[in-house]
Design a protein around this ligand. Structure first.
Ligand code: APR
Length: 191
């Protein structure tokens, strides 16, 4: 517990949810998730950091994928990254009062988890998808993200570790506040 806010929880007694502050490019989980755009040809933010750390072979592979729909995800190797795989997820660009964005954001997380399960990965690290350049309000996005991964973790034993890597203290605290709410509602168990 950081201060009196939670940083961990457990789903179904078997899947661990973890919130940390840090840089997703140094995470040694089996996969890290990229907050990509639909071209899969790189960009700024997380996308830029992951491509820089992985090296040029990553772009050579993503070029072959023919892009990715918003709300979907595609997997590549990790190349020079500590993570074996990169899962490129495309979150929605936030549109005020458009109910579809929450569905698309949830889908980006769920599709990433489905790919990890299919590859029988044990661990995955997520950034806070769509909350940077794509303008998704942080509290709403954190609620969609954590609800989606908690629901998924209740139904699937793998990945057994779902980590959120949040780029600064204030983003981490926002996710901790949301997790506290879910713990208080008993939607997830304390670790
Ligand atoms: N590690 C972890 N989190 C990071 C890192 C990093 N190295 N760099 C940035 N972030 C955080 C941001 O602070 C933000 O909270 O990732 C979150 C997502 O921000 P963006 O990277 O801007 O992603 P997004 O809002 O989904 O916009 C995607 O931006 O970079 C382009 O090509 C990308 O067009 C796409 C768009």
């Amino acid at each position: 517990m950081q201060g009196n806010l939670p940083t961990r929880a457990i789903m179904n007694g078997q899947v661990a949810l973890e919130l940390i502050e840090g840089d997703i490019t140094v995470q040694a989980t089996d996969a890290i998730v990229n907050a990509a755009n639909s071209s899969l040809l790189g960009g700024g933010g997380v996308d830029g950091a992951i491509h820089r750390a992985a090296g040029p072979d990553l772009l050579r592979e993503t070029r072959q994928l023919g892009g990715c729909q918003t709300g979907d995800a595609k997997m590549t190797r990790g190349y020079k990254l500590p993570a074996r795989y990169v899962i490129h997820a495309v979150g929605p660009i936030y549109q005020y009062a458009d109910p579809g964005v929450a569905t698309l954001l949830a889908s980006a997380y769920r599709r990433s988890l489905e790919l990890a399960t299919e590859q029988q990965l044990n661990s995955i690290a997520f950034p806070s998808i769509s909350t940077g350049a794509y303008g998704y309000p942080l509290a709403e996005a954190a609620s969609v993200a954590l609800r989606t991964v908690i629901e998924y973790g209740r139904e699937h034993a793998r990945p057994a570790l779902i980590r959120f890597v949040l780029f600064n203290q204030s983003i981490l605290q926002e996710y901790q506040q949301v997790l506290l709410g879910f713990l208080q509602k008993n939607w997830v168990d304390p670790a």
